[in-house]
Unconditional design. Structure first.
Length: 279
């Protein structure tokens, strides 16, 4: 049995919150720069240049890549051979608190969804915890901005729905989002499970590297079909038209009930951020 102090988790979360907000994942940045070269019309070309210049400025000035530094979503895989000395959940939230305050990141969380009132430190985090084999802890922090989050959708299809119905729903979601999701977008698509599992699948898909395709060849092909359908709509960078409405579509699937076919689409903007560490 390996012991890990809660303070180690706290410090790791603090650093992840800061670095995730300032440094875009390499695969996303590379996709952005490739997309900029594909645009042919002056306006989307200029928009993509501005977006890439923004990434450069954030790196040079050591500031966040976006003013919306998001709600902190934390995925934790905890080895069954680990004993945490102290409160794990308190350590996560204290790490978020320190990360956002010490990193001078915008605090965007309200204490109540209807009555509002900013908590002042971006807590609480949204925490997803899973027990796994081993004696280590894997942490991922994904700061989630709400311009794109607000454009997410879910539909409880019945089993009579066709593959094309699902593709059309994903493409429609991107079209309805338009410039509100700050495209080029990344789309995380969940297929299967029940209502809440499907939404979590979509979030998990959004946090997967866009350089990795689904391990199942059928769903890998479906990812490409969805991406082609989204990019055919001419929403384009920041909604001004162009070839690149989305950089990637990632799918995660799970078994479901004989009477259902849930599909969720979690929208991510052009600065879809996540950072991870193994302790």
């Amino acid at each position: 049995m390996r012991e890990i102090e809660a303070s180690v988790i706290r410090d790791a979360i603090e650093e992840l919150c800061i670095s995730a907000n300032k440094i875009l994942p390499e695969d996303v940045e590379s996709a952005m720069r490739r997309a900029a070269k594909r645009e042919t019309d002056p306006l989307p070309m200029a928009v993509m240049k501005d977006l890439c210049d923004n990434l450069d400025a954030a790196r040079e000035l050591d500031i966040p890549v976006c003013q919306d530094t998001g709600m902190a979503v934390v995925f934790a895989e905890i080895g069954q051979e680990v004993h945490i000395k102290g409160s794990f959940e308190e350590a996560v939230n204290e790490g978020v608190r320190r990360g956002y305050l010490n990193g001078l990141l915008r605090c965007s969380v309200v204490a109540d969804p209807i009555r509002r009132g900013n908590t002042g430190d971006n807590t609480p985090a949204i925490l997803h915890t899973r027990l796994v084999e081993g004696d280590s802890i894997h942490l991922m922090v994904a700061p989630k901005g709400f311009g794109s989050e607000n454009m997410s959708r879910m539909k409880m299809f019945t089993p009579s729905a066709t593959e094309q119905d699902i593709i059309d729903f994903v493409a429609e979601t991107a079209r309805l989002a338009g410039g509100n999701a700050c495209p080029p977008m990344i789309l995380g698509v969940g297929v299967g499970g029940d209502f809440e599992k499907c939404a979590l699948l979509a979030k998990t898909a959004l946090c997967r590297s866009i350089s990795l395709r689904n391990a199942d060849p059928y769903y890998a092909e479906l990812e490409q079909k969805m991406l082609d359908a989204v990019n055919a709509q001419n929403v384009g960078p920041q909604g001004f038209g162009g070839h690149t409405t989305a950089l990637a579509v990632n799918i995660e699937q799970f078994p479901t009930h004989i009477a259902g076919l849930p599909v969720a689409v979690n929208m991510g903007c052009h600065v879809t951020r996540h950072k991870n560490i193994t302790i």
